[in-house]
Design a protein around this ligand. Structure first.
Ligand SMILES: NC(=O)c1ccc[n+]([C@@H]2O[C@H](COP(=O)([O-])OP(=O)(O)OC[C@H]3O[C@@H](n4cnc5c(N)ncnc54)[C@H](O)[C@@H]3O)[C@@H](O)[C@H]2O)c1
Length: 248
């Protein structure tokens, strides 16, 4: 059966995107807008958020902090019944675990795992009332194989993958489809410091058979397909897009 253009037309769909001020989230905002959705852009960075909003005409913006429960609750109340949630904002801490300040452990878990769970809890309840909705969480390739100097980050992303599967089992019968994307190394601000020299880029590429890093729009398109009827039977899966990454 041919995929029709209308299968990817999200006209009338309200899409809440967290982490929309930068990188993958900003690309999601533009991609979903290009497919006629009405994006609601949420991020802690108000300056960058307004910059993206000028490119995504008519979008609603909400400044919030994903590490604060009250801020999350306000954001979810303001977003008002989105049809699709792209639960995407996250932070990376890279370095030896024994040198990681203990407050950073709490912060990374709060932002990357507890925050997205609270958002899904709030927005999901709105969706359940309506009997329909789609949640696309952002995990990471590291959820599946871990990595030195990323112990806490990889653990939060593995948590997101299992949260996705378990929540999908609970909510699919009630009309809410939960899935996740697992990006490989993607050129965004989150890893800019790790890719800021030729040598570091070469090291980053040596275990990627595709021979290049991903572009943010490749992750945004994956999220779009997962949110559309094209991939409507994918439930609870975390889809890896990593250029064939192999641990050498
Ligand atoms: N870039 C990669 O290589 C890669 C790989 C795997 C997974 N990911 C995941 O993709 C997601 C998007 O990351 P990105 O690569 O676009 O990075 P990015 O740094 O460009 O974007 C992250 C966005 O999240 C926002 N954010 C961070 N903490 C927040 C908080 N407490 N409250 C609200 N907003 C907050 C930032 O302001 C920023 O706009 C993250 O969950 C990240 O873990 C990225």
């Amino acid at each position: 059966m041919k995929i029709q253009e209308s299968d990817l037309d999200l006209k009338g769909k309200r899409v809440l995107i967290t982490g929309a001020a930068s990188g993958i989230g900003a690309s999601m905002a533009k991609t979903f807008f290009d497919h006629n959705a009405a994006p609601i852009l949420a991020d802690r960075d108000s300056v960058k958020l307004e910059r993206i909003a000028t490119e995504v005409t008519g979008s609603q913006t909400i400044v919030f902090d994903q590490s604060e429960k009250a801020s999350i609750e306000n954001m979810c109340a303001e977003a008002q019944n989105p049809d699709i949630l792209l639960n995407n904002a996250g932070v990376l801490w890279a370095g030896p675990f024994d040198e990681m300040p203990s407050d950073e452990i709490t912060k990374i878990v709060n932002v990357n795992l507890i925050g997205p769970m609270q958002i899904a809890h709030n927005i999901g309840k709105q969706m359940l009332k309506r009997g329909s909705g789609i949640i696309v969480n952002t995990s990471s390739q590291l959820a599946f194989h871990g990595a030195a100097e990323r112990a806490v980050y990889a653990s939060t992303k593995a948590g997101i993958a299992q949260f996705t599967k378990s929540l999908a089992a609970e909510w699919a019968p009630k009309g809410v489809r939960v899935v996740a994307i697992a990006p490989g190394r993607t050129l965004t601000n989150i890893n800019a410091g790790l890719l800021n020299s030729e040598e570091k880029r070469r090291t980053a590429l040596k275990d990627i058979p595709a021979g290049r890093l991903a572009e943010a729009h490749e992750m945004a398109r994956l999220a779009l397909l997962l949110s559309s009827d094209v991939l409507s039977y994918i439930v609870g899966e975390t889809i890896i897009s990593d250029g064939g990454y192999v641990l050498l």
